[in-house]
Design a protein around this ligand. Structure first.
Ligand SMILES: *[C@@H]1O[C@H](CO)[C@@H](O)[C@H](O)[C@H]1NC(C)=O
Ligand SMILES: *[C@@H]1O[C@H](CO)[C@@H](O)[C@H](O)[C@H]1NC(C)=O
Ligand SMILES: *[C@@H]1O[C@H](CO)[C@@H](O)[C@H](O)[C@H]1NC(C)=O
Ligand SMILES: *[C@@H]1O[C@H](CO)[C@@H](O)[C@H](O)[C@H]1NC(C)=O
Ligand SMILES: *[C@@H]1O[C@H](CO)[C@@H](O)[C@H](O)[C@H]1NC(C)=O
Ligand SMILES: *[C@@H]1O[C@H](CO)[C@@H](O)[C@H](O)[C@H]1NC(C)=O
Ligand SMILES: *[C@@H]1O[C@H](CO)[C@@H](O)[C@H](O)[C@H]1NC(C)=O
Ligand SMILES: *[C@@H]1O[C@H](CO)[C@@H](O)[C@H](O)[C@H]1NC(C)=O
Ligand SMILES: *[C@@H]1O[C@H](CO)[C@@H](O)[C@H](O)[C@H]1NC(C)=O
Ligand SMILES: CC(=O)N[C@H]1CO[C@H](CO)[C@@H](O)[C@@H]1O
Length: 659
């Protein structure tokens, strides 16, 4: 499955060497980047995406927690309360704010960012396909531009003239946006959601649907009809008193416009209501008859929710939230249980209607996240726990939001200069959460999960069943305690069947919950800020634990802090041996225009289930600029570099935007 369509075709055509096409668009040494010498832009430290705040972790509990005991049945039939099976794409997908697409995915259809493709490889190899939504607040004012922008990018911003909390600029997008998405899907198994602009419902602008359907075909999963309509009145997009019934009325009008439009042939792939639960509850929307009336036109029911917001710091609205005071809320299981309780009726209704229920946009906190929280190892564990708790609560998928240079929580982000650098990206702790969740459910399409209701909210635990048998156990220790006093022994026993001889364990680790550096998953890391190219570095380190079959116990060490994924079937090589994905891209930007990357067919042919060190990276040579392997190289600096990142960053800081 790693041999994606394009390369399969090429493989068939070529015998020895597969030619894909990659061009390098300029790489600048890191020293130059981190110094502020380049073109006098603001120092990186001032951009939220690279914030250096370090908060104080909460004090460890006293008396300490040193022992957890779990008795877990082997067969799913003996475990009542399991979730629905998690099937299809990886549990976590991504949500990319319309206005920052060209900082995150690529510049246009012939310039797709390689680190992004490498990151998608790492999800795809674990879970199959990846969902990405292009949308957010900036989708509401998006306007189709029938032409090309001078700088070659697929989107441009202009002031929308609105004065709402998230001061959303309008985004202009070109037809090439859809070709870019289609080209991404031809390289990696990415499926798309697109946002329909919903500001002006007197005339629905359906270009997003028309081009999305004709160019993306089946890779377009659905179109979002309205983003957080419960905030429309508060944000000045609708008159005060705008209600769920008003929204439903507009949805009818939109569907009528769709029905009358022959260029939108697929008429039943929409998602809604995508409320933020700030103003309306899901029940208030269901009370309009939403599900019964629209279920035949819907792909999924959607909501959007963040635990908190940082809108005061970003825009002066709401009340001030002190990051230090909020830190403990991101180091406990309790916040997830409380936040998701309000959706449990809805996930049941969705099941009854045969529709997936999705968290369409989320992250640590809206309005950009919190300094000292959103990029930390602690937040990585918290987002992973949130994902597993959503999965347990019968959400089908969740999309982690990316907001650009001026938010704290990006799962990944390109460097904030007009240079596109291939090994100088930043991968956030929330990306690790998405990748680990992909591994938790794997590709079996049968994963069901149970919250084990561990005795402390500081030490949540889950059991995962695949093919009706206990397959994995996920253990968290949110406690920050360098003294080791809160290092835990998790004792797992399996009644009747007994424990296996050995189990394998992968750890998610960093020095402290407050750490933003040296995060590792099974010994591998993407690197710190400005060090990432989307590939995991270092040797895969999977720990084998000898169990005591006589005593029917496997003792799993769980340092404070850490997360452990225990593979109950140590023969599950597909799961335990996945490190860095085998399919990688080794230069700055992917382009269809030149033949450059040489792919060794042997590498593609053995693309399944090998440890990192057994793997060959795809050897790369590039058109006029790089030669040889996949290492960082400073190639030609093309004048056609992705520009504007700096400008975009500056605009972001002026205009606000995202959530
Ligand atoms: C993508 O951008 C590059 C550089 O600006 C430009 O040369 C190229 O023509 C653009 N491609 C498309 C399809 O617009
Ligand atoms: C937005 O607010 C500014 C300052 O408060 C004001 O001058 C401007 O007219 C407002 N714009 C709109 C479109 O309401
Ligand atoms: C939003 O829609 C209103 C009409 O409903 C229109 O007057 C306004 O210009 C629109 N704003 C943008 C930025 O398109
Ligand atoms: C969920 O449904 C139950 C039973 O109908 C009801 O008592 C409860 O209030 C509902 N919860 C919410 C959050 O609406
Ligand atoms: C999830 O759905 C399953 C199957 O309908 C149900 O048994 C279970 O109770 C649900 N879980 C929650 C937390 O609502
Ligand atoms: C990160 O790891 C490197 C290499 O192991 C080490 O030199 C460095 O001190 C570590 N940094 C922190 C902040 O732990
Ligand atoms: C592998 O991980 C285990 C558990 O964290 C650790 O004790 C061990 O030192 C690691 N081995 C290597 C070679 O890094
Ligand atoms: C794992 O494989 C070994 C060797 O093939 C076999 O002896 C053992 O029973 C297997 N373990 C399980 C749990 O299937
Ligand atoms: C980057 O931006 C600076 C200042 O805006 C400009 O002088 C320089 O030419 C740009 N570099 C490239 C490669 O576009
Ligand atoms: C597979 C695919 O959709 N390829 C598109 C890539 O982008 C170019 C435009 O640059 C289109 O012509 C291709 O159809």
């Amino acid at each position: 499955m790693l041999i994606f369509a394009l390369w399969s075709v090429l493989l068939a055509a070529a015998t020895q060497v597969v030619e894909a096409q990659v061009t390098v668009y300029g790489q600048i040494p890191k020293a130059q980047l981190t110094a502020t010498s380049t073109s006098g832009q603001a120092p990186m430290a001032t951009l939220h995406a690279y914030d250096t705040t370090v908060l104080t972790p909460p004090s460890p509990p006293n008396p300490p927690i040193t022992q957890l005991t779990f008795s877990i049945p082997r067969d799913a039939a003996s475990m009542p309360g399991l979730s629905i099976p998690h099937t299809g794409s990886a549990f976590f997908g991504f949500s990319v704010e319309m206005s920052v697409i060209t900082q995150i995915l690529g510049k246009n259809s012939t310039h797709i960012f390689v680190p992004f493709l490498n990151l998608m490889s790492n999800i795809q190899e674990r879970a199959g396909s990846v969902m990405i939504r292009m949308g957010g607040n900036t989708q509401e004012f998006a306007k189709f531009y029938d032409g090309q922008f001078n700088d070659g990018r697929v989107t441009h911003k202009e002031d929308s003239g609105s004065n709402q909390t998230t001061q959303t600029p309008a985004v202009m997008y070109t037809k090439d946006l859809f070709y870019m998405a289609a080209n991404i899907s031809s390289l990696r198994d990415v499926k798309w959601f697109l946002g329909l602009p919903f500001n002006d419902t007197s005339t629905f602008h359906l270009e997003m649907a028309e081009y999305g359907q004709s160019i993306l075909g089946d890779n377009l999963l659905a179109l979002q009809a309205g983003n957080e309509p419960d905030l429309y009145a508060a944000h000045g997009k609708r008159p005060q008193g705008y209600s769920p019934y008003d929204y439903v009325g507009e949805l009818y009008q939109m569907l009528q416009a769709v029905d009358a439009n022959p260029n939108v042939p697929v008429k039943n792939k929409f998602v809604g209501p995508s409320i933020s639960q700030s103003e309306w509850t899901p029940e208030q929307v269901w009370d309009t008859g939403f599900i019964a009336n629209f279920k035949d036109r819907l792909y999924a029911l959607t909501v959007e929710r963040y635990l908190n917001n940082n809108c005061f710091a970003q825009f002066g609205s709401g009340t001030y939230q002190d990051p230090q005071a909020n830190f403990p809320n991101y180091l406990t299981h309790d916040t997830h249980v409380a936040l998701l309780a309000g959706y449990l009726n809805s996930t049941q209704l969705a099941q009854a209607a045969g529709l997936p229920f999705m968290m369409f946009e989320t992250n640590t906190a809206s309005c950009g996240g919190f300094p000292g929280i959103s990029q930390t190892f602690g937040a990585g564990m918290w987002v992973l726990d949130y994902g597993l708790q959503m999965a347990y609560s019968n959400f089908s998928h969740a999309l982690l939001h990316l907001g650009g240079q001026n938010v704290y929580y990006n799962p990944w982000i390109s460097p904030p200069t007009n240079q596109s650098s291939y090994n100088e990206w930043t991968v956030g702790s929330t990306f690790y959460a998405a990748m680990i969740a992909a591994e938790v459910f794997g590709k079996s399409d049968t994963g069901r999960i149970m919250d084990l209701h561990a005795q402390s909210p500081l030490t949540p635990a889950y059991a995962v069943y695949e093919r009706d048998t206990l397959s994995k156990i996920a253990l968290f220790n949110y406690i920050d305690d360098a003294s080791g006093a809160n290092n835990i022994n998790a004792a797992i026993s399996i009644p009747n069947a007994g424990v296996p001889e050995t189990v394998k364990v992968k750890y998610f680790l960093a020095e402290s919950v407050a750490s933003k550096t040296n995060l590792t998953w099974a010994g591998q890391t993407f690197g710190n800020n400005f060090e990432a190219d989307g590939r995991l570095k270092g040797n895969l380190n999977v720990t084998t634990i000898q169990c005591d079959r006589t005593a029917n116990v496997c003792n799993i060490p769980l340092r404070a802090p850490s997360f452990a994924l225990v593979f109950m079937d140590s023969n599950d090589s597909e799961a335990t041996e996945v490190g860095q994905a085998t399919a990688t891209f080794a230069t700055t930007a992917f382009t269809k225009a030149h033949n450059t990357v040489k792919v060794d067919p042997a590498v593609l042919a053995t693309s399944n289930g090998h440890s990192g060190k057994e793997r060959e990276r795809l050897a790369g040579t590039s058109h006029g600029s790089i030669t040889g392997g996949a290492e960082s190289r400073y190639g030609l600096v093309s004048s056609a570099v992705v520009l504007m990142s700096t400008l975009a960053g500056a605009c972001l800081m002026l205009n606000g935007l995202w959530r």
